[in-house]
Each structure stands twice: as C-alpha cells, then as structure tokens.
Design a protein around this ligand. Structure first.
Ligand code: NDP
Length: 331
C-alpha cells in the first residue's frame, strides 16, 4: 500500500487569496530531488510565519508546503553522499519558498542541500537551533572574520528575545563578550540575563529616527530588526566596529546616513543563511556544537505539535514568540 503522510499546504484561490490546508500526500506529490527524508523535527522561523500568514511573499509557487528547515533520516537516496538511515539537517536553499518544505511527513530534496546531523545533536536539538540559530552563528563568525573580539568592547543584540537574538546572546556570552540585549519585552530581563546578557535596554531607545552619529556605545552588533533600529545601532557603533545585519522584523528599510561608515570606519556585514555555501554551513554547525551551551539551548526552545504550526506562525509575526519553537513530527 502507498504510504501517505500529512502535509500543511499553502495555496491560492481564484482571487489569488492565500489559504492554508492540511492534505494527505504520498511520495508522488513531492518535488524533484535525489534524496527523500523522513522529517522528524522542524521549527517555526519568522520567515515561516510570513509564509503561512501571507504577510510577505515568501511562498513563490502554489500549492507549496512551507517550512524552511528540518532534521530527519534519509529514507531513500541516489545521491553519492547520502544513504538510507543517515541523519541530516536542511536550512534554506529555497525549501519552503519555491520547493516543498518541512511541514510534511517527508521531503524530497537535492542532496547537495543537506548537511550531516552535527555530532551530539538530535533532530530536536538541531531544530531548537534551526535556521534562526544557525544564522546567529553566521553573524558571530562574520564579526570574528572582521577581526573583532570581546576586547574591542560590548556587542549589542537587537530583537533579543526572538530566535536569532536569543541564540546570538548565548553564543556571544559564552565567547566572552559583554552583551547588551535590546528588547521590547523588558519583562523578559531574567530570561535574557540567564542566556548571558550583561545589560538590557528597551528597544524604544533604538526605534526612533536615527541621527547620523550618536554617542559610541558598542563595538559590534547582531541585528535581526533592520529599519530605524539598525540605523540607530550603526550610529552608535564605535570607531572600527561592525554590525552583522540579518533581519527585518521592524522593516526592510534602512533610513541611515553614511556617517558611521566614512567617519568611524564602521562596517555593515550582510548575513544570508539561505544560499550560504556548504563550507560555511558546516563550519557554522561545527561552531554551534562547540560554542552553544546545551542547557541554555534547552531554555531557549519549547516544543509544539504539527497541528500547532499555524498558531505559532501567527504568533511569531506578531512578536509573541520567545526564543525558538520546535515542531516534533508524528512518527
Ligand atoms: P523572531 O520573531 O523570533 O524574533 C524577532 C524579534 O525582533 C522579536 O522577538 C522582537 O524582539 C523583535 N521585533 C519584532 N518586531 C519588532 C519591531 N517592530 N521593532 C523592533 N523589534 C521588533 O524571529 P527570528 O529570530 O526567527 O528572525 C529574526 C529576523 O531575522 C527576521 O526578520 C528573519 O526573517 C530574519 N532572518 C534572516 C535570516 C537570513 O538568512 N538573513 C535567517 C533567519 C532569520 P523583542 O521582543 O526582544 O524586542
């Protein structure tokens, strides 16, 4: 008998209005690829929230299974690197945007997109990190490549109570940085200090129109917010510092001036997780295994069921999710 599995599908009606339904899929419904993976865990990232709510055009073909990251076991492969039973992780590459993604019992993908499950991790812990955490690691690595170390001064993390922010704080604190966490949820101060934040600031301080230059407050930053927040962060960056920009939770615009770049030698480092080359991914996952404290990761993540994905998607775009959400898939 042909095996069926549930899939969360985003589709459009005749008026091009987006809607979500749960369908029964078989392997015949999956897209082209040389590796089929039984999905054991996935997550709800901000981008998944945008995809499911339709708040931004993340889904670019219909119908489509969203879900930009997963961990699971290879169920079949004609790719030379992978065999049945291998444990794998996937982040990005257009999965959940143009290629059927993680919110289904199985996925068929290009084997080049997969990385091996990092040593010591399970599907659940890898997805507690997920794309948000792997992106936080890419941002930390970019600051390091720029030559910055904790000796340079404090680092600011915006969107601190979110997924990227929470993992970035835990990583940077473990690496010895003095972390300033910017959040709209100051009631989460104990949570952020538990992750390693040394100071908490209210994001209101950074959300208004930015001056070209302001008092120097930090040497480095990880920004998942964009817009006027990133403009303010840049204007407050010390001479020779750098900010790794990865997100747009406040907005995609950047109403900034060139003053921090040309008068303080500040650098703006762009972070993309989706098309990042495999060597960088492998290094990021290796570093996560080394530099992310397992107990802190456990405190960042909570687990939900497949049927709760849509609620979590709405919650994350409304800024109501703290840390990371792991989805365990039905066996
Ligand atoms: P979360 O929703 O978990 O975190 C975003 C955080 O940003 C919120 O928790 C909130 O933090 C803050 N925030 C939300 N709205 C606003 C606002 N209007 N003004 C200021 N701050 C706000 O999302 P993720 O951590 O999963 O992702 C964060 C961003 O990074 C997203 O834009 C996402 O698309 C992007 N991203 C980019 C990647 C890449 O490859 N470049 C990969 C992964 C994510 P608080 O409550 O603490 O203020």
């Amino acid at each position: 008998m042909t095996e069926t599995f549930r899939a969360l599908v985003v589709d459009r009606d005749a008026e091009k209005r987006q809607f979500v339904s749960i369908r029964e899929f078989t392997d015949a419904d999956l897209m082209d690829g040389d590796v089929t993976v039984k999905i054991e865990a996935t997550t709800v990232n901000y981008k998944d929230g945008l995809a499911i709510t339709g708040k931004a055009p993340v889904v670019r073909r219909f119908p489509l299974v969203p879900g930009i990251d997963f961990a699971g076991t290879v169920a079949g492969s004609t790719h030379p690197d992978w065999k049945t039973g291998d444990k794998v992780v996937l982040n990005g590459w257009g999965v959940g945007e143009t290629h059927h993604g993680a919110y289904a019992g199985r996925a068929r993908v290009n084997g080049d997109w997969l990385v091996p499950m990092p040593a010591g991790m399970t599907a659940e812990t890898a997805m507690a990190v997920g794309t948000a955490g792997y992106t936080a690691m890419l941002a930390v690595m970019a600051l390091e490549r720029h030559g910055l170390t904790p000796a340079a001064g404090p680092v600011v993390v915006t969107g601190a109570a979110g997924g990227v922010g929470s993992v970035a704080i835990a990583l940077l604190a473990k690496l010895g940085w003095h972390v300033i966490a910017s959040t709209g949820r100051t009631q989460e101060a104990d949570y952020l200090k538990g992750l390693g934040a040394a100071e908490i600031i209210d994001r209101v301080e950074l959300s208004g129109p930015a001056k070209p230059l302001a008092k120097e407050r930090w040497a480095a930053g990880v920004d998942s917010v964009g817009s006027t927040t990133l403009a303010n962060v840049l204007s407050m960056t010390r001479y020779g510092g750098a900010i790794a920009a990865c997100g747009l939770a406040q907005g995609m615009d950047l109403p900034a001036s060139v003053a921090p770049f040309i008068l303080r030698g500040v650098a703006l480092l762009g972070i993309d997780s989706v098309m990042a080359p495999k060597s960088l991914r492998l290094e990021a996952w290796r570093r996560i295994g080394r530099d992310l404290d397992a107990a802190k990761l456990a405190g960042i993540a909570r687990t939900i069921a497949f049927d709760d994905i849509q609620t979590a998607a709405h919650d994350i775009v409304e800024g109501r999710i703290r840390g990371r959400v792991v989805v365990t898939m039905p066996g």
